[in-house]
Design a protein around this ligand. Structure first.
Ligand code: 6CS
Ligand code: FE
Length: 297
């Protein structure tokens, strides 16, 4: 049985803006003060829902990750494996899921002191990797991602009970204002947009190419964007953005000659591991939503 639904969405009703019932930084005071993030940065994160890191990794540190991403995109170009998502209508790779499982550079990165300390500080209790993926937006052909809260999908389709997760997105190529960088609505993480409609069967087979269910109505996006604006953290390879699981975001396509590739790592607290999906449908596959985790720390 699923736990009580604190964040009902796609339950057949109208869209609605509900209150958030979870903190953003979960660590108690002593762990919170340990760092690596300063109190000023934590305050900003709690208020705004994201942290832009102008330089998170050095050129030398990001280079092996970027090279591995390029290799993966190349070898998976005509790979029918379900964890490789192609753009609708061509063989261009849009996303590759579960990239940390190959015992390679991404797995090592998750084990690094920097990542471990950061996640400990924000989640404040044992945690695991819920999802990992690389999103590619090739030059001239990259397609957009529609507005969404990741948590809304993870809650409805994967059974993630509460907001005790966040994403770290490392830019593997320069993310420029014009090549489809993340677009975030600051402060939108402080309410939960309950979405209309219901979840179609096996929705992920379509939604990972083009999301429709779980997209808030335009009127709500418009009101939030008018109130809080839209921010697009840009930066060279090695810059990064950390954002709360419930922050509304999306991104435009890429018609520039400059490819954009980002790796996303999603950390979730072990005591928030997946229950049955609130949609009432079967859980999504392991490569999208890790089941039965043990602590990664
Ligand atoms: O369905 C998911 O889990 C994924 N989809 C989007 C658009 N963002 C987060 C996540 O990787
Ligand atoms: Fe997302």
């Amino acid at each position: 049985m699923s736990s009580i639904d604190l964040y009902p969405s796609r339950v057949g009703g109208e869209a609605e803006v509900l209150a958030r019932k979870d903190p953003v930084v979960h660590a108690r005071e002593s762990v919170r003060r340990k760092g690596p993030l300063s109190e000023v940065v934590l305050d900003h994160y709690e208020r705004r829902g994201f942290i832009p890191f102008g330089s998170f990794l050095t050129v030398d540190e990001v280079e092996p990750l970027a090279r591995e991403a390029e290799r993966l995109a190349h070898v998976h170009r005509s790979d029918p494996s379900p964890r490789v998502i192609h753009e609708p209508g061509d063989d261009e790779v849009r996303s590759i899921f579960q990239i940390h499982e190959d015992k390679g550079v991404f797995a090592a990165f998750v084990q690094s002191r920097l990542v471990q300390d950061l996640v400990d500080q924000l989640l404040g209790a044992p945690w695991y990797l819920h999802q990992s993926r690389i999103n590619f937006k090739p030059a001239f052909r990259g397609r957009p991602f529609h507005w969404h809260s990741d948590f809304e999908t993870w809650h409805v389709e994967d059974g993630m009970p509460r907001m005790r997760a966040f994403s770290l997105s490392i830019n593997l190529t320069a993310n420029r204002i014009d090549n489809g960088p993340l677009m975030l609505i600051p402060e939108s993480h402080r309410s939960f947009v309950s979405c209309p409609g219901r979840t179609p069967e096996a929705n992920y087979e379509r939604s990972l190419k083009r999301q429709e269910a779980g997209v808030p109505p335009e009127s709500i996006i418009e009101a939030l964007a008018k109130k809080y604006g839209i921010e697009s953290p840009t930066g060279a390879a090695g810059s990064a953005t950390l954002f709360d699981c419930n922050l509304l975001h999306g991104s435009n396509g890429n018609i520039t000659p400059f490819p954009r590739a980002n790796v996303f790592l999603v950390f979730n607290r072990l005591d928030n591991a997946l229950d049955e999906p609130f949609s009432g449908q079967p859980p999504r596959p392991e490569y999208i939503a890790h089941q039965n985790p043990k602590s990664t720390a």
